[in-house]
Design a protein around this ligand. Structure first.
Ligand SMILES: Cc1cc2nc3c(=O)[nH]c(=O)nc-3n(C[C@H](O)[C@H](O)[C@H](O)COP(=O)(O)OP(=O)(O)OC[C@H]3O[C@@H](n4cnc5c(N)ncnc54)[C@H](O)[C@@H]3O)c2cc1C
Length: 322
């Protein structure tokens, strides 16, 4: 019996969601009195691997192969299933992001394990396995019981936090067959995104909706983002109308973000938009309509005209920063 975490890296480096997963696994292992193994596929930097021990990872299996350069769900699931057998895992942890969702569901089907996605806390009970998960894009939570021997979980971003739990790291080798014939994905081309702050990594996001009235008014969003060191984002109609590029569109059909702070400016708060921002730690909404649904999702609200509020806010933040 053990816990296996799939630890994702991007260009060899880990992001906050990876450390959060390690911190969560550390606490879960204490509760279950079992061992945790982290699996890293592809070429992660050695210094980055060592950093995982700061958050409580004691055992890591790093596998490198040419076939791991591009994420292929079938191939990666096959490797995960083999590693699971080697370490006799019965709990599997993934981040609740696109990769985690794709791999967790496939692994669950392969291992005939229960899949509980978007968990927000440690299990309430291990036997039977009962845990809390998000429902309705974060508007509710449910307590769910798994009736299977093995469980696959995805952890909601920002649900648990990152904690220092320094331990010694064992690097474990595993003899795995890489069945390249399973791979369905070929990398043809890579285009590096050159924005100052990458939207999905950003700790702060300043986002604008149709309330900005047109692309010519986006200066107020960019100035606030600049002073906060934030990424900029928008609603779907804004990108559909060509005011902003499509890679900035957040929501059910766009990017899912999980920053510490999301500033929603002139955004109505439609369910499809809120679906992409509900993992944000804090949401501030600025809208001239006090009845706008965004205020239900927001932690703080300012009722006012964005063209007046935003320059004033930027000015005040600059003063505080001086
Ligand atoms: C299948 C489907 C998928 C979708 N996916 C997405 C998605 O991924 N992301 C997404 O965003 N949308 C998505 N949508 C669209 C979504 O339903 C909403 O239409 C959209 O989010 C609304 O965008 P908005 O808030 O910018 O515009 P609006 O709904 O027009 O709201 C503008 C807001 O700005 C306020 N406002 C106006 N002027 C000012 C001012 N001067 N100062 C302050 N406030 C002002 C208004 O009070 C209003 O609340 C989807 C829709 C469908 C059907």
């Amino acid at each position: 019996m053990s816990v296996l975490i799939y630890i994702e890296h991007w260009d060899g480096k880990f992001k906050k969601s990876s450390y959060e997963l390690v911190s969560y696994a550390y606490a879960m292992a204490k509760q279950m009195q079992t061992n945790v193994y982290g699996l890293v596929l592809g070429n992660a930097e050695a210094s980055e691997i060592d950093k995982l021990a700061e958050y409580g990872l004691e055992n890591v299996i790093c596998l490198n192969h040419n076939a791991f350069q591009v994420l292929d769900n079938q191939l990666f699931t096959d490797v995960l299933a083999q590693v699971a057998e080697k370490v006799q895992a019965n709990v599997f942890l993934f981040a609740h992001n696109n990769t985690g969702k794709a791999l967790s569901s496939r692994l669950a089907a392969r291992l005939k394990a229960g899949l509980i996605s978007g968990v927000v806390a440690l299990p309430d009970s291990i036997s039977p396995f009962i845990i809390r998960k998000k429902l309705f894009t974060g508007k509710a939570t449910a307590q769910v019981k798994a009736n299977t021997e093995k469980v696959v979980l995805t952890l909601s971003q920002n649900a648990f936090g990152v904690f220092d739990n320094k331990v010694a790291l064992n690097k474990i080798s595993a003899d795995i067959q890489v069945n390249e014939a399973l791979a369905q994905t070929k990398l043809l081309d890579t285009q590096k995104f050159t924005a100052k702050v990458l939207l999905t990594d950003a700790e702060i996001v300043v986002s604008g909706g149709r309330g900005l009235k047109g692309p010519e008014n986006w200066g107020v969003i960019e100035e606030l983002a600049d002073v906060l060191g934030a990424a900029t984002a928008c609603t779907r109609p804004v990108s559909d109308e060509g005011w902003r590029p499509h890679h900035e569109h957040v929501g059910q059909t766009g990017k899912i973000v999980a920053p510490m702070l999301y500033v929603a400016c002139g955004i109505s708060g439609a369910i499809q938009h809120v679906a992409g921002i509900s993992s944000s730690k804090y949401i501030i909404a600025i809208n001239k309509d006090a009845e706008a649904p965004i205020f239900e999702a927001a932690d703080y609200g300012i009722v006012g005209d964005v063209m007046q509020v935003l320059p004033e806010l930027t000015k005040k933040i600059k003063e505080v920063k001086k």
